[in-house]
Design a protein around this ligand. Structure first.
Ligand code: MLT
Length: 279
């Protein structure tokens, strides 16, 4: 791994091919990637990000056992089942459900990564698990800050700086201005004696534009749960249009492989000498 690039706003991604075959980390700490992670931990079957409300409604029509989820201006979308507060995604509500999401910034950044080689979702609640995952791959990565309406937002940049500082430990990665800026913001606003501090992160949320806005519409508790460092050490991966845990995708792959073996076995058993085709 030589480089970790940070895109401080997703508006820097001109088109979907911009991230083709790249390794990508998506950040939307207030609140999309935090909420999706907690929803999967609480037993949701999968998260299906969509680029807009109309698409979400269309996808929901075609799927059983699903919920429409998302926000505009921080509030639940009219006609949707759930908003974007992590506190709404309890086990009773989401267990085994497909969650079809549309949010202002986070889902757009995820959709822009559909041609990426690897795409993982990160926030403060799973940051160390993502660092371990990236270290295990040991290739260059691009960190994408979802931002706020294609503009810069403090909380995503600080989280990106914390990711970079953890990944740069023992390495001498090439740093551009964006990376140096994010590192300094993190050191200033989230570290205490060089240690990530939940208290400082919560203070950062209360001083950020979006944190103040969410508090003004009665969603202050979302800031507290989103500041709980490493409270959900899991790896949500976006692949083939859905977000699931790494293990779930691996489980499916080995299942498919087993099926393949069974099919080949069955074919052989009927003793026909024909060429066995890959099913
Ligand atoms: C987003 O994806 O735009 C944010 O998560 C918005 C929010 O939850 O308030």
């Amino acid at each position: 791994m030589k480089r970790i690039d940070i895109l401080l706003t997703q508006s820097l991604i001109q088109d979907d091919l911009g991230l083709k075959d790249k390794n990508v980390i998506i950040l939307d700490v207030l609140r999309a990637t935090t909420t999706m992670t907690i929803a999967l931990v609480n037993g949701a079957k999968e998260v299906i990000p969509t680029e807009n409300i109309a698409t979400a409604v269309r996808v929901a029509k075609g799927s059983k056992n699903s919920l429409l989820c998302g926000e505009r201006n921080g509030k639940v979308v009219d006609g949707f089942n759930l908003g974007n507060s992590p506190l709404e995604y309890t086990p009773e509500v989401v267990k085994d459900k497909s969650l079809i999401f549309s949010t202002t910034n986070g889902t757009l950044a995820i959709i822009k990564s559909k041609f990426a080689k690897n795409c993982v979702l990160c926030s403060f609640v799973n940051i160390s698990a993502i660092v371990d995952y990236v270290n295990s791959i040991d290739e260059d990565f691009t960190i994408i800050c979802s931002g706020k309406l294609n503009d810069f937002c403090l909380e995503d940049a600080v989280c990106a700086g914390m990711l970079l500082s953890k990944l740069n430990a023992g390495r001498n990665l090439e740093l551009r201005d964006s990376e140096i800026a994010a590192l300094n913001l993190c050191n200033d606003l989230a570290m205490l004696l060089n240690v990530p501090s939940k208290e400082k992160i919560l203070r950062l949320f209360h001083s950020s534009e979006h944190g103040k806005y969410l508090t003004s519409i009665g969603l202050e508790d979302d800031l507290e749960i989103s500041s709980r460092l490493d409270s959900y050490p899991v790896i949500p991966i976006f692949r083939n249009g859905v977000v699931k845990f790494k293990e779930q995708f691996e489980g499916e792959t080995s299942q498919k492989l087993n099926m393949k073996r069974v099919n080949i076995g069955v074919k052989r058993e009927d003793g026909k000498k024909e060429k066995i085709s890959e099913s």
